[in-house]
Design a protein around this ligand. Structure first.
Ligand SMILES: [Zn+2]
Length: 202
């Protein structure tokens, strides 16, 4: 195991500890430690003044509805509690954004914020995963103060690697979902359910 792998495991273990045992999103059941947060926000706002709580995150700041948030490197999210006594909930980052009435798509810096100001839209949970992975990049690539072109290209490959790893980690689960959905479709529409549904297979 490389030092980068060790750093990653340590970082994620620390996050898991703050979330508690078997943490998962109260809304969708996601167990992705990187995207889970402890939120004291309540879905039912009250009319009384509400205290402000801070939700510890690795950096992503939620944007307002319809407006992508800046990329997360040095900012913190703030959640408002609807009820001061509401117990903390564990939510994935996207469900936290939904609860706060904010957009779930944010502006991600694929080459790192300090490296390149270009952004692309990314769903909140993906944004957190990709930004977390950027912490594993060599310091010179993340900062690249003199615009070394080789480090700029290195950032492209690291970024591609991080996205493909995120996708690969979910490919098997997506296959499992499709298998279950296939059984459900057969029960609903018979062995050739797609014909019954008017779907033409290309
Ligand atoms: Zn969720």
């Amino acid at each position: 195991m490389s030092q980068t792998d060790i750093n990653r495991v340590v970082r994620h273990t620390r996050r898991a500890r703050t979330l508690g045992t078997d943490a998962k999103c109260d809304e969708c059941g996601s167990t992705d430690v990187v995207s889970l947060v402890k939120a004291t926000t309540s879905p039912v706002p009250t009319t009384t003044p509400t205290p402000r709580t801070r939700t510890k995150r690795t950096g992503t700041t939620a944007g307002t509805a319809g407006e992508p948030a800046p990329c997360p490197t040095s900012t913190k999210a703030t959640g408002r509690t609807g009820q001061a006594s509401a117990p903390p909930r564990v939510l994935c980052y996207e469900h936290l954004l939904i609860q706060q009435g904010k957009a779930t798509v944010e502006a991600h810096h694929p080459l790192g914020k300090a490296h390149d100001p270009s952004t692309v839209g990314a769903a909140g949970n993906l944004h957190r995963a990709l930004t977390d992975s950027q912490e594993d990049w060599p310091e010179e690539v993340r900062r690249n103060p003199h615009r070394n072109p080789l480090w700029w290209v290195a950032a492209i490959f690291y970024s591609l690697h991080d996205y493909l790893r995120w996708l690969m980690q979910r490919c098997h689960a997506i296959g499992d979902i499709l298998v279950k959905a296939g059984h459900w479709a057969e029960q609903q529409g018979g062995p050739q359910w797609w014909v019954a549904a008017g779907i033409q297979i290309p």
